[in-house]
Each structure stands twice: as structure tokens, then as C-alpha cells.
Design a protein around this ligand. Structure first.
Ligand SMILES: *Cc1c(COP(=O)(O)O)cnc(C)c1O
Length: 419
């Protein structure tokens, strides 16, 4: 694949633009490494998703763990989205971004007592339970607070999402959720849980799911459970099918959101409950770029290395999942392609962005765009090697918003001092 372009990220006269803004100009002005996002890509993805399911009663909860920049969250809130949060820290950010607590879902396989307490006190829309023990604890905390906890059990449908093992969550061998039969028994004990109202059934089988089959199969299992509960007089208000819809990272085959809708709508239309979705990656992945400057090029025994100023601490996905991110120069100076490893300055062999990649020949000082980093990019960054996290910019048409500046070394110290 030669170029990776999207609706909002395109070459014009061999220069890469995000919306109406030159990426070269942004790199010059703000330095590198630098995260840049397209607000209109986020908006388009949200609208495409929502339109695909417009014929059913549904709500979209942005899974903010994909990209929790306040302005990214806020972009989706303004479009009417709720938020799916995974921890107290994410809840804090969601509220700062302007989310209404009654449009927030609290997720997580290991919620602490404190997180559950905060979630209940803030009157979140729904709290998921992923084990019998957790359900007991939610009930007890709600009892102590004299509240009724709105709960959905996260079921584990035991379906292979056919994605990378680290982002597959719907098999019984994974830590997530409750076996469907066990969930049925728990719902049946609803009278025992004095301070719980079972309002939903939930699932999330994995991320970067590129074919509809595993999704459909899992939803069918949820619906069986839903119908069984209904027969027994246990009414469920929401079916939460999670996130996981995949996106293109190169030229692979990826089912579109309308393919998913076409397969799922007939199933949903038979139900009289609302459908919840929790997309993360689908909404943000292809709206983000990480700009990095080429520091050096060299050959070791005929192997080419391109050493850039971004590193695994800025973008972990290649190291963690061997994930593919397309890399291309922001100025296409020539068409000469070489095979090279693109690597960062961190002292780890795993610190790379591409291995044996066909890539345009570049030289020191050139700027490269690492594509599709809008999801699970900045949120996984760290300060390893004493490196400061990059700034984040949101572009909207001609407008450039610096939404978070580069960290300072002082900031990295926090309150640490020599004692
Ligand atoms: C991570 C996660 C999501 C979002 O997954 P994507 O693949 O980014 O869409 C949704 N729901 C839950 C429970 C998650 O853990």
C-alpha cells in the first residue's frame, strides 16, 4: 500500500493535510512527537454509526479508554453520546469533559469497593457486574447507601472474536464476564439482591473485530438469555452489546458499519428493549496521527534503520500487539521505496513502529506520519526513559486547538524529592 488516506487526511500536491491544515506546518510549530486529531473524522464516524442503527431504539456510549482527551470525549458528548468508563480515573475525566452521570456506564472486571461506591453515589446510569462476588459487593454497598443499584451482568458468550489474543475478551478462558448459564441463575435470584435492579444484559467480546459472524453469534446468545428471562417474568430494559467494531489499518478486508447493521438489525428488531453500543476504536482510530521527526538513518549489515524521535512510550501498540500502523512522510519528496525498520530512541529492542517495512526513502529532518493512532495511542503512553508525553492537537477545518501541551520535566517529578 502506497498511501494511507481517509476522508479527512489526504495528500495535496505531495503534502499531507489533516482537514485544511498542513501536518508539516503543525510539526514545525509544535515540535515532535506530536499527536494530531481530526474532529470531523470523529464526527463522521459517530454519525455513520448512529445512522446505521437509526431504525432501532439505541444509545451510543463512547468507550473513552480508546482516547480520553477531554475534547475528544466532549466531541462525542455534544453529538449526544453517553460514555463508557473503566475506572474512577476515567469517570473523573468523563465528568470533567461534561458527561452527564445518567449517561455514564461503569465497566471493569475488577472494580474496587471505592469505585463502586463513587459510581453509586454519582447515580450513574448502569454498573456492570462481572462476577457473583462483585454482584454481592454492589448489593451490599447499595444497601449501606440506601440506594438501588442499576446493574447489568456482563456475560461471556464463549465466542472467538477472531482478533489478537490480547484484545479477545469473549472466550471463557479470558478473565471477562460471567458464563451465560451462571448469569441466568444470578438473574433468577433477583429477589435475594435487595438493593439491585437488573436493568441490562451486557457483553463485549473483543476489539478490532473485522467480520460480523462472531458479533452476530454472541448477540444471538444474549438474545436467548433475554428471551428466557422474559419468559420467567424478568424484564430487561437494555441489551448492551459492547464495542469492538474494527477499522482499516492497511488494505485488509474490514466489514463496514452497515454490514454489521445489516446482520444485526433483524435480531434487534424482534426485541422490545433498547440497544446500547460502546464503540471506541471505530470512532477514533483513523482520526489520529502521530508526527515524528527522522533523527538518523543507518545501515547495520545492509539492514536499514530509520531512527525517529517518537518511541514506544508515545505509542505502545506495535510493541504490545505487533500492531500495524502505516507510516508515510508528510512531504512525498520521492518515490524511492526501501525496506527498513522504523525504531525509537528507547533502550528496548521492542521499541519499534515497523519492521522490514517497505517505506519511502527519508533522511534526517524529514517528518513521518504514523497513521491510525487515534485509538489506544496517547492513552497508553508513559514516561519511560524520562520522556515527556507529546502534545495533542485537534484540528477542525482550518482551526487548530492545542488541547494538551507537551509535559514538562518538572511535571514528571510530581512531588518526588530527595529526602
Ligand atoms: C474496550 C472496551 C470497549 C471499546 O472497545 P473498542 O474495540 O475500542 O470499540 C467497549 N466496551 C468495553 C467493556 C470495553 O472494555
Amino acid at each position: 500500500m502506497k498511501y494511507f488516506e481517509t476522508d479527512q487526511i489526504k495528500y495535496i500536491n505531495n503534502e499531507l493535510f489533516i482537514e485544511n491544515v498542513s501536518l508539516k506546518k503543525l510539526a514545525n510549530e509544535y515540535g515532535t512527537p506530536l499527536y494530531v486529531y481530526s474532529r470531523n473524522h470523529f464526527i463522521k464516524q459517530f454519525i455513520d454509526f448512529s445512522n446505521a442503527f437509526k431504525n432501532i431504539r439505541h444509545k451510543i456510549f463512547y468507550a473513552m479508554k480508546a482516547n480520553y482527551n477531554l475534547n475528544v470525549i466532549n466531541t462525542f458528548i455534544r453529538l449526544g453520546a453517553g460514555v463508557d468508563v473503566n475506572s474512577e480515573g476515567e469517570l473523573f475525566r468523563a465528568l470533567k469533559a461534561g458527561a452527564n452521570p445518567n449517561k455514564i456506564i461503569l465497566t471493569g472486571v475488577g472494580k474496587t469497593k471505592n469505585e463502586i461506591t463513587v459510581g453509586l453515589k454519582k447515580k450513574l446510569l448502569m454498573i456492570k457486574a462481572e462476577s457473583e462476588e462483585e454482584l454481592e459487593l454492589i448489593n451490599k454497598i447499595a444497601f449501606d447507601l440506601k440506594l438501588i443499584a442499576p446493574v447489568a451482568l456482563r456475560i461471556n458468550p464463549n465466542v472467538d472474536a477472531q482478533t489478537h489474543p490480547y484484545i479477545s475478551t469473549g472466550l471463557l478462558e479470558n478473565k471477562f464476564g460471567i458464563d451465560t448459564d451462571d448469569a441466568l441463575s444470578l438473574y433468577r435470584r433477583k429477589n435475594y439482591y435487595s438493593n439491585i435492579e437488573f436493568i441490562g444484559i451486557d457483553m463485549h467480546i473483543g476489539s478490532q473485530i473485522t467480520s460480523v459472524e462472531p458479533f452476530v453469534e454472541s448477540v444471538q446468545k444474549m438474545i436467548e438469555l433475554y428471551n428466557q428471562l422474559k419468559k420467567e417474568g424478568i424484564t430487561i430494559k437494555h441489551l448492551d452489546v459492547g464495542g469492538g467494531i474494527g477499522v482499516k489499518y492497511k488494505d485488509e478486508n474490514v466489514s463496514s458499519i452497515s454490514d454489521f447493521a445489516e446482520a444485526l438489525l433483524p435480531l434487534f428488531q424482534k426485541l422490545d428493549c433498547e440497544i446500547f453500543f460502546e464503540p471506541g476504536r471505530f470512532l477514533t482510530a483513523n482520526g489520529g496521527i502521530l508526527l515524528t521527526e527522522v533523527l538518523y538513518t543507518k545501515q547495520n549489515n545492509n539492514k536499514n534503520f530509520i531512527i525517529v524521535d517518537a518511541a514506544m512510550n508515545d505509542l505502545l501498540r506495535p510493541t504490545l500487539y505487533q500492531a500495524y500502523h502505516h507510516i508515510q512522510p508528510v512531504i512525498m519528496k520521492n518515490n524511492e521505496i526501501i525496506k527498513a525498520d522504523v525504531v525509537g530512541p528507547v533502550c528496548e529492542t521492542g521499541d519499534y513502529f515497523a519492521k522490514n517495512r517497505d517505506i519511502n526513502k527519508v533522511e534526517s529532518g524529514d517528518i513521518l506520519a504514523i497513521m491510525s493512532v487515534g485509538a489506544y495511542g496517547m492513552v497508553m503512553s508513559s514516561n519511560y526513559n524520562g520522556r515527556r508525553r507529546p502534545p495533542e492537537i485537534i484540528v477542525d477545518g482550518d482551526q487548530i486547538y492545542l488541547t494538551r501541551s507537551r509535559e514538562s520535566f518538572e511535571h514528571l517529578l510530581w512531588d518526588e524529592k530527595v529526602i
